[in-house]
Design a protein around this ligand. Structure first.
Ligand code: NIG
Ligand code: FE
Length: 404
């Protein structure tokens, strides 16, 4: 069934560069895809005639459905107590070295049932959906055994079957060293590599990620994980240069990574490597804010080199317990100096590319997914400006209006 949506101020995100709107725009949805996303004046009469329903959007801003391309949405427990310790002066690395941090979430995740993980992650997902998210990436990385990583990824897949949202799963076995492998990181990486084909065979893995950091894994350990991914034809991503410059981005670029994420300590050589490989730079202003970081990612250099910039909530219990992607627009503008238009591109077209979905998602155009958001706004700056007020009015996912 075809539906015609008229009187839209379309931000299609189709053109790279300066802001471009189509006023008096129209959309035609045909099942899960768009048949038209352009000016109403150019709409072929027979296409309009074939629409079973017409909906007037009253001149509202319409953007592609939002894409949260980096989350750790499935986990057990809370790290509010750790937050208090950090407020008293302890650093993220101090807490991690003392056995807290990621490892405390690993313990809570292992202790939770699959049903509990599903229920808790579903409640979190609800917040993202109300903000206009239509695609979300979810990483494992708090299980750190074959069974527990599989459980996390199964829960992520179930979320995509239960809610009107597309879920992309990422295997992050190389997130932290589990206690049973203390002092044996290379043996643990052997296990991470051995589990991957088994998880992939169960259809649980869309991409592979790792945490390249002094409190994570080394360059050569990450390289082994990437080789295992490459052997299976799986794309890679990397948590890179978050707390220090480990030159992880150059490594990831060699493997044609979809994205490198965080990047506060990225240097010029890293920028050049990302530019050469077409890798997306995913900036995570929520984690930067929450950790009270002061070292900014090299936005001007990324821009000058033409590296696509995406944004995400990085929702996780330790460094970014944030469930609003609209807030990321504000933080990216205020903290990192993006323009509202660049920020909007970061949660639509460029976020799609960070997930390898650039050909089908993140842009409103004929043949692309009929995922879009109708805003109580006419300018992207209004979305980046408001804090604590969701301007999301209507969400269409796969051609169907989402009701809750
Ligand atoms: O993206 N940097 C590593 N991973 C997460 C933090 C996870 C945690 O602290 O639980 C991140 O910031
Ligand atoms: Fe992360």
């Amino acid at each position: 069934m075809k539906t015609l949506w008229t009187n839209a101020r379309l931000a299609t995100m189709a053109a790279v560069g300066t802001p471009e709107f189509v006023d008096n725009g129209a959309l035609v949805t045909d099942g899960p895809l768009l048949q038209w996303a352009d000016s109403a004046a150019g709409l072929p009469a027979d296409l309009a005639r074939n629409c079973a329903a017409t909906i007037d959007l009253g001149g509202a801003l319409v953007t592609p459905g939002l894409i949260d391309c980096h989350t750790h949405l499935v986990y057990g427990g809370s790290r509010a107590r750790e937050f208090e310790l950090r407020l008293q002066g302890a650093s993220y690395a101090d807490i991690a070295q003392a056995g807290g941090g990621i490892r405390s979430t690993v313990a809570a995740t292992r202790a939770a049932s699959e049903a509990q993980l599903l229920e808790q992650a579903g409640a979190r997902l609800g917040h993202l959906l109300r903000d206009g998210v239509t695609t979300v990436e979810i990483k494992s990385g708090y299980g750190l055994t074959l069974q527990d990583e599989a459980r996390m990824l199964r829960v992520a897949r179930r979320l995509g079957q239960t809610y009107a949202v597309e879920v992309r799963t990422t295997y992050l076995g190389a997130h932290a060293l589990p206690p049973e492998y203390a002092g044996q990181p290379d043996d643990y990486i052997d296990a991470v590599c051995a589990w991957l084909p088994q998880l992939h065979a169960q259809g649980l893995v869309d991409a592979v990620d790792a945490f390249c950091e002094t409190v994570g894994f080394t360059h050569s350990q990450v390289e082994r994980v990437f080789q295992s991914a490459q052997a299976l034809g799986l794309p890679v991503k990397l948590h890179a240069e978050q707390l220090s410059n480990q030159h992880g981005s150059a490594l990831a670029a060699r493997f044609g990574a979809l994205s490198c994420d965080h990047l506060e300590y990225l240097d010029q050589a890293g920028v050049a490597a990302l530019a050469a490989s077409g890798t997306v730079a995913v900036l995570l202003p929520g984690a930067y804010y929450f950790l009270k970081e002061t070292h900014q990612p090299p936005v001007a250099e990324l821009r000058a080199a033409g590296v696509p910039i995406a944004l995400s909530t990085d929702h996780n219990p330790g460094t970014s317990p944030i469930l609003s992607i609209q807030l990321m627009l504000n933080m990216a503008c205020v903290l990192f100096g993006l323009t509202p238009w660049e920020a909007l591109r970061g949660i639509t077209a460029n976020a799609a590319r960070a997930l390898g979905l650039g050909a089908t998602h993140g842009v409103l155009a004929k043949g692309m997914r009929a995922d879009f958001v109708v805003w109580d706004a006419t300018e992207p700056s209004e979305l980046a400006y408001a804090i604590g007020r969701s301007a999301c009015r209507r969400v269409v996912y796969g051609g169907v209006e989402r009701t809750a």
